[in-house]
Ligand binder design. Structure first.
Ligand code: ADP
Ligand code: MG
Length: 703
């Protein structure tokens, strides 16, 4: 469904520059009437009642009317205006630290005043600091007064008027078809118009708690609407994709008989696939055999064996006579990740006259040109490199499958990059791999457009990793532990802190740690790896560690993903409080790959405050409590919220504003059921519904 162009903000003279308030409205995405109508209050103020002063309680916000019996400016440490109000039941002191001559006039003795503010108890009677005030006796509103989310340049009063006029003008006609399934819960959904009018101006007798927790029927309607819009647009893009065509890749025997590459690779593997690997392998093979492009996420914990599954998919593609691209986020990861796999595949491809092409940034011009020629001629059956492989001007002859590893954020960008890479209007299949699983609720809502395969089992023989958090001042004990591990022939990773602002600081810290550990561990080869080292040097260091010659490897986060040294049994993460949860989990996954008991030490520092921040503490606790990647992802979502978890701007998915995936699971299920029926039977209503909710938002998110 094409997104409607947002209506230009109404401007009386066209050319006149926008006022700051108008600009602020646009910044908030409040462009169309319906956007304003859907901008809902954060909370309400009750201006419908006048309360007797005698009944006011400390801390509540209230409105009173009375006569000014005293008014005067008090000099002293803080100059202030003090006004004493009497309503016959008791007196109330109004205090102002900033005031204008007009205040003095309105609040003169004898004046009848209506004041509104937070009540403070206190020994010397009740007070209000800086209350809002006006002459007494004006009409009282019949509804609660809405307080809207806003920004600095946008005063509440202006926003209230804008919302009211948007609400009056917007098209609020019903988009739910008469045959919609009943909404969860006992009551039918309110009409949208009633729900919106109610939420903007609720009657004062409403149970405020039901507005706060959004359980009120008016909120139910809004959340149902929002979820439905999201489900329809996700389903729409899935169907759009289903209209595209991809090469059908069925596992095939070579013409002259003999084993297929797929069979050869299976035979060459030094282990048996786990049941989970076989299951997801079959899911992928089924997708590849269809003429609709695959759009699948393969998720499985660190070390669960995703790469092999990807290699088998590549083999199916190559067997069918097509090219496959395999990508990792960085060059070093591409090499580490796929080194083993390429080692398995290359000897099998050579007899068929096929090659593996490497495409990485640091390549010599001549080598690169040769690789590009291999890709273009189709001789390279497998092309390995960074994401640039599909983004750059790499011309595939017959690309049919793109495999993207450790892609934390995926979606639109990759899909678009693949457009047109296949021959003759065919779209390549796409498989993305991640060790950071998407919690189920998110998968159902934000990634309804994505098929998910899950490896939920680790290869046999892995030992559970024990995780300990240790305060930085006990570093010496950690060093002693390292010495003990190395004495037993084990190896140790030490990951240095992430200082995002400064690569130089990262480096100096790693260098210092490297020097300190070298000194503390005489006779142990301590290596250093950081992102600025020349590729050849990195390779040499990695080789020494892989071969077991090097006991300790100090590194910046370049080993975050992909290193595979089963003899490593201890992972120390310095300044663990600075890392994100999924990153910590990835790092920890570098140990526990062999039979030896493994441990992860999270060294943390509390800095000057002497205490860890709340989110840092939550992250470290989650790490210590579980090694399950799914549980980690759930906690990560809890700590960060869906916005950051998803990286909304990048994924292009507008975030839910009102619905909560946990509490509104039943409404989500309702929306999932209704969405296909809307598209099939009521396409015009579906379009109007999505446009109402996402019409300008999608544009706004891309801005
Ligand atoms: P990840 O899912 O983190 O990418 P990898 O694919 O790198 O995991 O696999 C981790 C390690 O486990 C590799 O050394 C790989 O060769 C090995 N491996 C994969 N599958 C199995 C299996 N079924 N049995 C034993 N080892 C396996
Ligand atoms: Mg991997």
């Amino acid at each position: 469904m094409p997104a409607a162009a947002p209506a230009p903000p109404p401007s009386p003279s066209g050319a006149r520059p926008l006022s700051p308030a108008r600009k602020a409205l646009i910044k908030l995405g409040l462009v169309r009437d319906i956007d304003l109508a859907l901008h809902l209050p954060l909370r309400y103020e009750d201006e419908t009642r006048i309360r007797p002063i005698a009944g006011l309680r400390d801390g509540e916000t209230a409105q009173v009317e009375g006569t000014v019996v005293h008014s005067g400016v008090q000099q002293g440490a803080r100059r202030q205006l003090k006004v004493l109000l009497d309503d016959g039941s008791d007196t109330l002191e109004l205090r102002f630290f900033t005031f204008f001559p007009s205040h003095l006039k309105t609040l003169a003795e004898g004046a009848q005043i209506r004041a509104r503010g937070e009540v403070r108890g206190g020994f010397v009677g009740r007070q209000m600091l800086h209350p809002a005030f006006q002459p007494a006796g004006g009409p009282l509103p019949e509804a609660l007064t809405p307080v809207y989310p806003t920004v600095a340049q946008l005063p509440q009063a202006y926003l209230r008027r804008a919302v009211d006029s948007g609400l009056a003008r917007a098209d609020l006609s019903e988009t739910l078809p008469p045959d919609a399934p009943p909404a969860p819960g006992a009551r039918p959904l309110w009409p949208l118009r009633d729900a919106l009018h109610f939420l903007h101006h609720p009657r004062p007798d409403v149970a405020l708690a039901t507005l706060e927790d959004k359980s009120h029927p008016a909120w139910q309607r809004l959340k149902a609407e929002e979820l439905l819009a999201q489900q329809i647009s996700q389903l729409e893009s899935k169907r759009e994709r289903d209209r595209l065509r991809a090469p059908t890749l069925a596992a095939a025997r070579p013409a002259g008989g003999g084993l297929s590459l797929h069979e050869q690779l299976l035979a060459a593997l030094p282990f048996q696939l786990t049941a989970a690997q076989r299951r997801v392998g079959a899911e992928i093979a089924q997708d590849l055999a269809r003429s609709v492009p695959m759009h699948r996420l393969l998720q499985g914990d660190v070390g669960s064996g995703k790469t092999v599954v990807a290699a088998l998919a590549a083999a199916i593609c190559i067997d069918a006579g097509w090219q496959c691209a395999l990508m990792a986020p960085t060059e070093i990861l591409a090499e580490q990740h796929f080194g083993k796999l390429v080692g398995w595949l290359e000897p099998l491809l050579a007899p068929r006259g096929q090659r593996v092409a490497w495409l990485v940034g640091g390549q010599k011009k001549k080598e690169r040109a040769a690789m590009l020629a291999l890709v273009e001629s189709g001789k390279a059956a497998l092309v390995v490199g960074t994401h640039a492989v599909i983004q750059e001007q790499v011309k595939f002859q017959r690309l049919a499958l793109a495999l993207i590893d450790e892609q934390h954020r995926f979606g639109v960008a990759q899909r678009l990059a693949l457009r047109g890479k296949g021959p003759g209007g065919l779209e390549p299949h796409l498989l993305m791999m991640t060790a950071t699983p998407i919690p189920r609720t998110l998968a159902m809502s934000y990634y309804a457009d994505l098929d998910v395969s899950t490896i939920d089992e680790l290869p046999p023989g892995r030992t559970p990793i024990v995780t300990k958090t240790v305060v930085d001042s006990r570093r010496d004990e950690v060093v002693a532990r390292i010495a003990a591990q190395v004495a037993q022939g084990r190896q140790v990773y030490w990951v240095c802190p992430l200082i995002e602002e400064s690569e130089a600081l990262d480096l100096s810290n790693a260098t210092a740690t490297h020097a300190a550990l070298s000194e503390a561990l005489p006779g142990v080869l301590v290596g250093l790896l950081h992102s600025r080292m020349p590729a050849a040097e990195k390779k040499a260091v990695m080789a020494l560690f892989s071969e077991g010659v090097m006991g300790v490897l100090v590194s910046t986060t370049v080993i975050e993903v992909g290193v595979d040294v089963p003899n490593a049994s201890l992972m120390v993460i310095e300044h663990a409080e600075r890392f994100g949860l999924s990153q910590l989990h990835q790092l920890r996954g570098r140990v526990g790959r062999g039979a030896a008991a493994s441990a992860c030490v999270l060294l943390y520092s509390t800095g000057d405050s002497g205490r860890l921040g709340e989110t840092a503490r939550d992250r470290l606790r989650a790490m210590a409590e579980t090694t399950d990647g799914f549980e980690i992802a759930r906690r990560d979502l809890e700590i960060r919220g869906p916005g950051e978890f998803l990286g909304a701007r990048q994924s292009g998915a507008p975030l839910l504003r009102f619905a909560d995936l946990e509490t509104d699971a039943a409404l989500l299920a309702w929306a999932r059921e209704l969405a296909p029926a809307m598209l099939d039977r009521h396409p015009a209503l579906a379009r109007r519904h999505v446009e109402r909710w996402l019409g300008s938002k999608s544009e706004y998110l891309k801005a």
